[in-house]
Every structure is written in C-alpha cells, then in structure tokens.
Design a protein around this ligand. Structure first.
Ligand code: PMP
Length: 314
C-alpha cells in the first residue's frame, strides 16, 4: 500500500513514500524587502526524499498505474527524463520492487547518472544532438516495440502527473497560506506542477493568478524547464488555463539564484531562480500599482545534485 500524503511527525513512517510532500513554505524576507506590502514565499520541494518536486509525480504515476493494473510485477517502468523524474522513479521503484529503465541524453550531468544508478535503475542514452525530444522519441519506440514488457509512464501525457499536484501541492499551499495566496508561480517542464497546482488553487479562489515561467531562450541554462515555442508541447499542458506566462532570460534567472544563496541562505537549483525571477516580476508590478499580494513560487530542488563528486580524494 502506497501512501501519498506525508505525515511527518513524532511517529515512524511506514516507508519513504510517506515522506513525500508536505514540504516547507518559507518566506523570502531579504530579497523582497524592497517591496513592502508584498509577501513572497518559496515552496521548498528539495525536501522531498528523492530531493525534488518530481517525487510527487512519480509516486502518483506509479500508484495509479498499479491500482489500475497497467503496471504489474515483472514489467519494467520506462520513461525519458533528464533527471529529477528519473531519480524519483528509481528510488520508488527500488522500494516497491519494480524494474526501472530511464532514457536520457548522454549529456546529462554525471551526478544525475550516478544517482539513478545508485537506486539500480537501468540507463539508456540518447544522442544529445537530438535534445530531450530525441530521448522522448527513443523511449516511445522502445516501449512500443515490446508493449508486454514495458509500462511507458510518459510523464508528458500522463494525467497522474498534474493530478499529483492537484491532490497534494495545491492543497498544501492553500493551507500553508491560509487561503491568502494571490499568485502561484511555477516553471514549465512537463507542466504538471503549474497545471495541477493551478487547477486546485483556482478552484478554491478563481482570482488567484496562475503564472507559468519558461526560459526566454531556446538554448537556456535551466535544468528541468522547457522553452515551449521550440518544444513538443506536452499533452498535459494547457496554456489556456494560465493567467500569464513569463519568459525569463538565463542570465536573470541565474542572478536571481545567486541572490537566493547570498541573501536568503537558500542554495537551490537554477529553475528555482527562474521561478523566483518570475515572482519578483509579479511583485514589482503589484508594488508599482500600490497593490498587496501573497505570491508563492515553487522551488523544485536544491543545487547540490548538480555538482560532480571527485572520484579520487587526496
Ligand atoms: N525544475 C526542475 C529542476 C525540474 O526537474 C522540473 C521537472 N522537469 C521542473 C522544474 C518542472 O516541473 P514540471 O515538470 O512539473 O513542469
């Protein structure tokens, strides 16, 4: 039995899946000081057991597929992922006794490869020249060639992905802000976070602004994010549901990430800087109009995982 909602507390957890979700929401105090009347909060998804927001998605995908009999023992879960989702499938698969195969670009950072290997996942590498789209195509081909052997999780089309955020991320933010949230900001990778979280929050209060963040450049430096105009649009991503989409330049997102380290003590991944730059754009706009706001930005992971460990310590 898999438990999706965490109950972190004084009692032992049944297993690590019970520690997924219920991440802290923290006020960004110093960087936002220049904007009185505006509250900015970060939802620190790096506190999930696998170290990212994608634990929620992977757990929901696996649970729904097992419940529906679409993923059965003896089959292999396969998906294309540049990192965080793969890490999540890998640890949950290890825990539940499922085989996991990940198709990733050969250019993925060494720590990413090491992490998924540590959980016993099999890796298949695609040609980096064909980008993340090439990895998606290769994965679909492998799964289609042996449908009995594989469960193709397909995070880009799988409704369990936004559902994870509808059931957990959205309600947590609503509770943690006591319903005061005015804007929800998240980067777009598959679109699962912004779609599912946004749907829940808009259902609670239709006035909440659902703001997606994407890289401004097609060749960008935000691990986990997609430049939508030049990408295959994920089936789960419905742009019409957004209040707006902000384009953040790599340089600006990286500068924002640095500020979070220096001024807030938050050592987070660069997609967090992109989301934060988006939150600041909304905050400055509200401030210029003399309006108040409670802005929540999703911070998908911490930055340690992007470092390579030296193989020889001297
Ligand atoms: N940031 C990082 C670091 C990620 O790994 C992801 C997932 N690809 C995202 C942002 C975007 O999340 P989503 O897939 O829910 O849009």
């Amino acid at each position: 039995m898999i438990v999706t909602r965490a109950s972190r507390g004084p009692r032992p957890l049944a297993d690590m899946t019970a520690a997924v979700g219920n991440t802290p929401l923290v006020r960004i105090r110093h960087v936002a000081r220049e904007l009185p009347g505006i509250e900015i909060y970060a939802k620190l998804e790096g506190f999930n057991p696998g170290g990212s927001v994608k634990d929620r998605t992977a757990l929901q995908i696996i649970r729904d597929a097992m419940d529906a009999g679409r993923l059965v023992r003896g089959q292999t879960l396969i998906d294309s992922t540049s990192g965080n989702t793969g890490i999540a499938y890998a640890w949950i698969g290890a825990l539940l006794g499922l085989r996991v195969t990940l198709v990733m670009q050969d250019s993925v950072s060494e720590p990413r490869k090491q992490l998924t290997r540590a959980y016993g996942a099999k890796q298949i590498f695609s040609d980096p020249a064909h980008g993340s789209e090439g990895a998606i195509r290769m994965c679909a081909e492998i799964a289609a060639a042996s449908p009995a052997d594989y469960f193709y999780a397909d995070q880009y089309s799988n409704e369990s992905n936004p559902k994870a955020h509808f059931l957990t991320t959205g309600p947590e933010i609503w509770e943690q802000t006591q319903g005061r949230i005015t804007h929800f900001v998240a980067g777009i990778g598959t679109g699962g976070t912004i779609m599912g979280g946004g749907r829940y929050l808009r259902g609670m209060n239709p006035k909440i602004g659902i703001v997606a963040v994407e890289p401004a450049e097609s060749k960008h430096s935000f691990d986990g994010l997609k430049h939508m105009p030049t990408s295959i649009i994920p089936a789960i991503y419905k742009e019409a549901e957004l209040a707006e989409k902000l384009s953040i330049k790599s340089d600006d997102g990286w500068a924002a990430t640095e500020r979070l380290g220096h001024e807030e003590g938050l050592f987070v991944g660069h997609s967090c800087g992109a989301a934060f730059a988006g939150a600041l754009t909304i905050a400055r706009r509200l401030h210029a109009r003399g309006e108040a706001g409670v802005i929540v930005a999703i911070f998908p992971d911490f930055r340690e995982r992007y470092f390579s460990a030296p193989s020889v310590i001297v």
